[in-house]
Structures are given as C-alpha cells and as structure tokens.
Ligand binder design. Structure first.
Ligand code: PEP
Length: 252
C-alpha cells in the first residue's frame, strides 16, 4: 500500500494567542474535509487547548513540539504525555535539532521520550539530521544510525506504527538552504534501507519519512516527488497559512 503523505507545521516559539487561532482556522478551512495528505499543526504549549478547539471537526491534527518522559511529578516546567493527550494532541515532535543543539538534549533523553510517547498512544515525529560539519566530514550516515537506532531501539512492532521520522539536516533548518530532492532522497533511502534490514518490510515500507529544512511552496513539489520522501516538517513557512497550504497541496 502506498504511504499517505504527511505535512506537519512546527510553529516553534511563535504566535500570539489570536494569531495562533487565526492561523489554525485558516489552515483548517484551506485543508477542507478530504485532504490527500495528512496535515498536522504543532503550536506552542499554551495554545494547544485553544487551537484544539478551533480544529475540532476539521481534518487537521494537533501535535506538540516536545514532551517529558515521566508521567507526573516534580519536573518544573515540563509537560507529560497524558497532558498532551488531554489537550487534544495525537502527535508529538521529539528530538528537534533546536532541542538537541541549543538545549543539550541527548540521545538517551530522546529515547526515553519516544518510548513514553508511543506507550501513551501518541504518534512520534522523531527528528534526526546531521550538522554541516558532520556532512563535510562524511559522518551523515553515522549520525543517522546513532540517532535513529538509539531513539527507536526496543519498540514493539505495534509501536513502530506510531513513528514518523523527520530527516532535518541541521544546516537547512531556518537557513533558507533546502537540501536538493536528490540529497533528501539519498538520506531517506539510507534510513529506510537500514530499518528494513533490521525490522523487515512491514515496518520499513510503511514508515513515513518526512523532509524538513527550509521547505517552501517552491521547493515542496520537487522534494515530495521523491519515492522515499513522504511529506515535510515545515517551520518558517508554516506560520503563513497561504504558504503552508501551498506546501500541503504539493503533497496531494
Ligand atoms: C523545523 O523547525 O523543523 C524546520 C524545518 O524549520 P524551517 O522550515 O524554518 O527550516
């Protein structure tokens, strides 16, 4: 069965409450009822509940940008999987490069978060990707193996079906430098081939692998036409409804 494409918007630490509600409303209206691709928006934590109310009855899913691995307790400032589910989330982004590289999140932390999220029934959008230095030193494939294996080790077959991987080269995020469709395809194929070797075709063949890194309406169609690129994780362009909707259209 062909994989359905997925386009997710990562709003990061942007939008006021009125902006968030207006953006969600415009995306829901633009996507309509039977989109060819799955569509998700990931607002900042405080806007999850109001945005979920705006999205009620629409075809747009709600995701969070992060989660803590513990269910509750003395973890000041953190948010649990149960809280995200009560807020209406079906998805959660884990291991975004801004968390790994700016906030020091380790592979071990990413592993714990991924396991808590899939156990709670959330779908994880796991971000992996190399820095420019790692690419220049030909370490890209080693970085994938480390980040992908460490995050996903020990999942059951059922849990694998709640995983989406987002290949996001760090040098392309927020920089305006998009990977070429060929670079993205090569990276996605490498990841899928390794997962196929370890876990078989049932898991590897149905695993959505998104590309992220300065996706725009101009670059989306070329990227999404690649056989192993199953959609996109979109930052900057997800903050403008017309741009995001044009990217969604390119996935349809
Ligand atoms: C992201 O934050 O995941 C991202 C890909 O950002 P941008 O599209 O702005 O590069």
């Amino acid at each position: 069965m062909p994989r359905k494409k997925l386009v997710a918007g990562n709003w990061k630490m942007n939008t006021t409450l009125p902006e968030a509600k207006a953006l969600a409303e415009a995306v829901a209206k633009g996507v309509g009822t039977g989109p060819a691709a799955d569509v998700v928006v990931c607002p900042p934590f405080p806007w999850l509940v109001p945005v979920s109310e705006v999205l009620k009855g629409s075809a747009v899913g709600l995701g969070a940008q992060d989660v803590h691995n513990e269910a509750k307790g003395a973890f000041t400032g953190e948010v649990s999987t149960g809280m995200l589910k009560e807020a209406g989330c079906k998805y959660v982004v884990i291991g975004h490069s801004e968390r790994r590289h700016i906030l020091g999140e380790s592979d071990v932390t990413v592993h714990l978060k991924v396991h808590s999220a899939v156990e709670a029934g959330l779908t994880v959008i796991l971000c992996v990707g190399e820095t420019l230095v790692e690419r220049e030193r030909n370490l890209t494939e080693r970085v994938f193996q480390r980040q992908v294996y460490s995050a996903l080790a020990g999942l059951t077959d059922d849990q694998w079906h709640r995983v989406v991987i987002a290949y996001e080269p760090v040098w392309a995020i927020g920089t305006g430098k998009t990977a070429t469709p060929e670079q993205a395809q090569q990276a996605h194929l490498f990841i899928r081939t390794k997962i196929r070797a370890l876990h078989g075709e049932n898991i590897a063949g149905s695993l959505p692998i998104l590309y992220g890194g300065s996706v725009t309406p101009e670059t989306a169609a070329g990227l999404f036409s690649q056989p192993d690129v199953d959609g996109g994780l979109v930052g900057g362009a997800s903050l403008k409804a017309d741009q995001f909707l044009a990217i969604v259209k390119a996935a349809g």
